[in-house]
Design a protein around this ligand. Structure first.
Ligand code: F6P
Length: 341
């Protein structure tokens, strides 16, 4: 079989581990792999490269993606879809493994549904906001990086009796904020799923001060809902309708300092959360998901996405995976609130 592979959307530690797994499994089955460059753009513009054994040596631990990525949406124009189909035909692909999040897999689901293209998906995003899978690879790495940052910020915050607001990524879901906030022992965690007020955050800071803790770390998701403050949109919508988020951390810091009188600083972690090597957990998860996707492709079980369910790797339909954004359940945020402060 000739299997195409592409990575779309924001990059994420573990992408190369998936590529390696699919290539190794395909070669083992006497198949061949074609790397499609820069997500769906590579199929529209016919930009590809061969992927042999040597191409996937020493990439397991590397962040980013050797195939590059983009946020190209072929359904933005009829012409792009036609060109994509023409490239597919020219390449004589028997299957495509699309590694991506909600947007990339949304395109995959539509191409499968409307054109019967033999596609399987692998769930990728640091945001962990994809339905149908318990976790996505990249999330553990992002949480580890954010937790390490919180640990570091805590020592300087404590030395100066300061409040430090840490803004983390995650789009419209508070997964990174919740997990890193719990792991880092944050005084307060603000997420998109539950609106909070600056007064509420201020109460947490004051309560700590009264208990003898003269510093606080406040974790704020980039999409956090804070009453009276804008959601920090920084750009026009991209081809999938998403605006770039960011800036809410500074707004919270300013309002909190005015509210409490505590000296407050802000740190925006930004793309640091997406760069560098994947954790061991993400390497293993990405490898397992890649092997499962490869098996689905070789078996001809298309229109599905490899997924993690408990400790098992299984699969769900692409439609199921992209049906809705997976947000933090109230049970988890309530649990986080119990141990915050
Ligand atoms: O979806 C992953 C993500 O890192 C989000 O957490 C963030 O909002 C967005 O991508 C940033 O996008 P860009 O790479 O375009 O700056």
């Amino acid at each position: 079989m000739r299997i195409g592979l592409l990575t779309g959307g924001g990059d994420c530690p573990g992408l190369n581990a998936v590529i390696r797994a699919v290539v190794l499994d395909t070669l083992r089955r006497d198949g061949e792999c074609v790397g499609v460059l820069e997500g769906w753009r590579g199929l529209i513009d016919d930009a590809t490269r061969r992927l042999g054994r040597d191409d996937v040596r020493s990439i397991l631990h590397q962040g980013g993606t050797i195939l590059r990525t983009s946020r190209t949406n072929p359904f933005r124009s009829a012409d792009a879809v036609e060109r994509l189909l023409a490239t597919w035909k020219k390449l004589e692909l028997d299957a495509l493994v699309a590694i991506g999040g909600e947007d990339t897999l949304g395109v995959a689901a539509r191409l499968f549904r409307e054109f019967d293209l033999p596609i399987v998906g692998v769930p990728k995003t640091i945001d962990n906001d994809l339905s149908g899978t318990d976790y996505t690879f990249g999330f553990d790495t992002a949480v580890s990086i954010a937790t390490d940052a919180i640990d570091r910020l805590a020592t300087t915050a404590e030395s100066h009796n300061r409040v430090i607001v840490v803004e983390v990524m995650g789009r419209e879901a508070g997964w990174i904020a919740t997990h890193a906030g719990i792991a880092g022992g944050a005084a307060f965690i603000a997420i998109p799923e539950r609106e909070v007020s600056v007064a509420e955050i201020g109460r947490a800071v004051r309560a700590r001060a009264e208990a003898g803790q003269s510093y606080s770390i406040i974790v704020v998701a980039e999409g956090a809902a804070v009453a009276g403050l804008g959601r920090g949109r920084r750009s026009a919508a991209d081809e999938f309708g998403h605006a770039l988020l960011g800036g809410i951390g500074q707004q919270v810091a300013d309002a909190l300092e005015a509210e409490t009188g505590f000296e407050t600083r802000v740190t925006v972690l930004g793309h640091i959360q997406r760069g560098g090597s994947p954790t061991a957990y993400d390497r293993v998860l990405a490898t397992r998901l890649g092997l499962h996707a490869s098996e689905l492709a070789h078996k001809g079980d298309f229109g599905r996405m490899a997924a993690l369910s408990g400790a098992e790797i299984t699969s769900v339909t692409l439609e199921e995976a992209v049906a809705e954004v997976k947000t933090v359940p109230s049970e988890l945020s309530e649990l986080a609130a119990i141990v915050s402060g």
